[in-house]
Design a protein around this ligand. Sequence first.
Ligand code: NAP
Ligand code: ZN
Length: 366
Amino acid sequence: MVMVNEGELSRFEVEVEGWAARDDSGILSPINFTRRKTGSNDVTFKVAYCGICHSDLHQIRNEWKNSMYPMVPGHEIVGLVTEVGSEVKKFAVGDRVGVGCMVWSCQQCDSCSEGQEQYCDKTVLTYNAINADGSPTFGGYSSLMVCNQRFVVKIPETLPFDAEAPLLCAGITVYSPMKYLQMTEPGKSLGVVGLGGLGHMAVKLGKAFGLRVTVISTSPKKEKEAREVLGADHFIISKDQKQMQDAAKSLDYIIDTVSADHPIQPLISLLKVQGKLVLVGLPENPIYFHPAAVISGRRFVGGSSIGGVKETQEMLDFCAEHNISCMIENIPIDYVNTAMERLGKGDVKYRFVINVAESYSSPTAN
Ligand code: NAP
Ligand code: ZN
């Protein structure tokens, strides 16, 4: 746990309002801080909505042991452009734009060249990180964002604006491995473990790719909606041994989105021969499985982190084409502590999205 020098908060010219956690209690409260003026390559936008990712909850509570305070979370950020720098041609004032989990990377390494900036060693995350100039990064639980154009995406006009915000993390985090690991072959079967923010997007995207989707959940009460609203074909309770045994060797692909420690070996046994399981959930502790679990059926277990900027734009356009957005609860910013409590208990369908613009009556955008 690191405390950022309070002097950094007033280092720049542009005044911004937000909500910050001050310590690992994770309690958020109002904060005033500053952002840089729009630079020649920057896009400045008034934040309209920001999703609440479980990663925000992990980090405000220092569950990954790398938290810096004060911390303004938020990496599912959409808004309307108020100013662009002189070198910015792709975006104009009034455009719908978004910023996800990254605000900078080296632009030179192999990962950056391949459009996979999330694997660059010098990636600067949207919050809980340090900019190249030494200042801390602050996320989207705030009235205004300033971001280099390289990390800004266009948000489709055809979907509800608030329900698009979580695509910038929940959406891309499941889309990217599905594409990269070729888990999109129509007719194949996909298991989605954990029906939360990421999980419900995996179900929707899986259906759009033409997969047969099985939800593997700890929550029997989610079954009806999973089938009837999200379009899942099957629903398994992970703690029901009989159901798990009956589903042995039935899945081609699995995406594990679970946020808490849980056994993985029973999930591996659901894979067919040569099936693939990709971990995207980030619980606090290591996972264990016996090598025989993967050797026996030449199964593959891997992991994946968010997605690159170009790929994020591709995912947004795919969602617009297939009319896919997130199922959300739209909340005012002063509900954020209650929302965090509820998220910790899995009590959200399926993403909280903060109505940032309406929460700030006096816009500081200009
Ligand atoms: P979320 O909305 O809270 O969903 C997590 C789901 O996990 C819950 O809805 C619940 O689903 C299941 N779950 C919770 N506790 C469980 C337990 N003890 N055992 C089994 N299942 C349990 O969280 P999220 O925002 O989707 O994020 C999920 C995870 O992905 C987090 O760890 C987050 O940090 C991580 N993440 C990773 C990336 C990446 O780049 N790889 C990006 C974003 C987020 P059921 O009720 O259906 O069981
Ligand atoms: Zn996230």
